[in-house]
Design a protein around this ligand. Structure first.
Ligand SMILES: [Zn+2]
Length: 461
């Protein structure tokens, strides 16, 4: 498992085998592994530093206070692990299933306990033992064989095998190029994973991305301003919101249809998730050798001064976008503090100009699109650069000059590689969004508003 960083691609292959017994036995095995690890966790009392916030003449100040907390220490010694394995194998032997399943179960049990611990430390989980609910079996490389486009999984050695024909699988090309990883067997399908090595060359470009309700705005001096439309995503939420409201008012009169209300939420989440996957995959493919900068949204709550207007749902999508990007491409997270309220050129405070979608610096007068301002700030932060006129000129303006010349020559907008030319119905990035106007999934247009920033910067410097 160690070695080069990999991106794991997964594909589902349907099957008609009856694997119920294997699935439930494996769930029992996994739960037993969790039980044993859980019972051997040592709880240590530790003093913990916390913060509370006070307002001091309009400013937020964080003050520390201390509490005592029970910290779980997960048993990891090799003696413990050997003992655990021996105990589980003794019980498992009676089922007749292959012994390798015990090893994957131990690995999963540890990762479940570790992720519980991580969340417990953050205060997101209670001191409560994790319980296995889903039915699945993880199959490591020792338990299956892949030959002539067929996967053969050992269920019971010399007795029972499962065969899966992948010769006609649509992802066959991917399998030719990369290694097959672990498999996950479920009741109706087999998840095949493929390990694709992540490009570990030094990134050629850096892009700062600002997440907004209707768009993702990227900035890189070499590429200019990249706008990715999120109207479709917004539309999904809007449509479901209306449906949910209708269903809720109906359910308040008729309790028997409450199930429909919760199913709406699930469908909405699935549709949004699917779209977020498409968007992030496209970004990763379009800029293969880039380092992407995003705001660290876990810190967002600490400084809630900005962006109050954005509701939870877009925050949820932002977290999802950032999360998916971290495993599809290289990502650097930056402190979100004041990214939308600071002037990228002089570090002064910018004020929103009403009805124009622009911000204007109160100190130097630089006027920029609100979203572009955010993405330039994120770009500067990810490069570790200060917001100073000299830096702004050197790191942003001067690097954009070749692009600007190209822009002058082509006189018009340039469509980025991979985007369809009819994707962007409007040239004006500041046009108000309309939830009722359905747009293509992705409209990724490099709006060369470089000249715009360039001119502004030159006239004010
Ligand atoms: Zn300024």
């Amino acid at each position: 498992m160690q070695g080069k960083p990999c991106q794991v691609l997964s594909y589902s292959v349907r099957h008609g085998y009856d694997v119920k017994d294997l699935l439930s036995s494996y769930a029992g095995l996994l739960q037993r592994a969790i039980d044993i690890i859980w019972d051997n966790i040592k709880w240590v009392e530790r003093r913990q530093k916390n913060f509370y916030m006070v307002e001091d003449s309009g400013r937020r100040v964080f003050k520390p206070y201390y509490t005592k907390r029970q910290i779980p220490v997960i048993p990891k010694s090799s003696a413990f692990k050997k003992n655990l394995r021996d105990t589980l194998i003794r019980d498992w032997a009676s089922t007749g299933y292959a012994a390798h399943y015990v090893d994957t179960a131990i690995a999963i049990a540890y990762s479940i306990i570790k992720s519980w611990r991580k969340n417990y430390m953050k205060g997101l989980r209670r001191r409560k033992k994790p319980v296995i609910k889903r039915r699945f079996v993880r199959i490591d490389k020792m338990t299956y064989r892949f030959r002539d486009w067929r996967i053969r999984v050992t269920v019971k050695p010399y007795k029972q095998y499962l065969e899966f024909d992948l010769s006609k699988a649509w992802f066959r090309k991917k399998m030719e190029r990369y290694d097959l990883g672990e498999l996950i067997l479920r009741e109706n399908d087999l998840i095949v994973t493929i390990r694709k090595p992540i490009d570990d060359r030094k990134p050629q470009i850096r892009i700062g991305w600002d997440l907004n309700k209707y768009s993702i705005d990227g900035f890189s001096p070499k590429l200019g301003w990249i706008k990715i439309d999120l109207n479709r995503l917004y539309h999904i939420h809007r449509v479901h919101e209306i449906k949910r409201q209708r269903a809720q008012s109906a359910a308040s009169k008729k309790p028997s249809i409450r199930g429909i209300v919760s199913r709406h939420g699930e469908r909405e989440r699935n549709r949004a998730k699917d779209l977020v996957h498409k968007i992030t995959s496209t970004i990763a493919k379009m800029f293969p050798n880039a380092l992407h900068g995003f705001e660290n949204l876990n810190k967002h709550n600490m400084y809630s001064e900005s962006r109050k207007h954005n509701r939870d749902i877009s925050k949820q999508n932002w977290k999802q976008i950032t999360g998916y990007m971290t495993y599809k491409a290289r990502v650097r997270l930056v402190d979100p503090r004041k990214t939308s309220s600071t002037c990228p050129m002089c570090g002064g405070e910018v004020k929103l100009r009403k009805g124009r979608g622009e911000v204007r610096c109160t100190a130097c007068g630089l006027t920029l699109d609100r979203q572009l301002c955010g993405s330039i700030n994120i770009y500067l932060k990810m490069c570790g650069l200060p917001q100073r006129p000299s830096t702004f000129y050197r790191a942003v303006i001067r690097k954009m000059i070749p692009r600007l010349k190209m822009h002058m020559r082509s006189l018009g907008r340039v469509t980025a590689k991979g985007a369809e030319s009819n994707d962007m119905p409007s040239m004006n990035p500041r046009e108000g969004p309309s939830p009722m106007k359905l747009k293509p999934t992705l409209s990724t247009t490099v709006l060369l508003s470089i000249s715009y920033i360039y001119n502004m910067a030159c006239t004010t410097m």
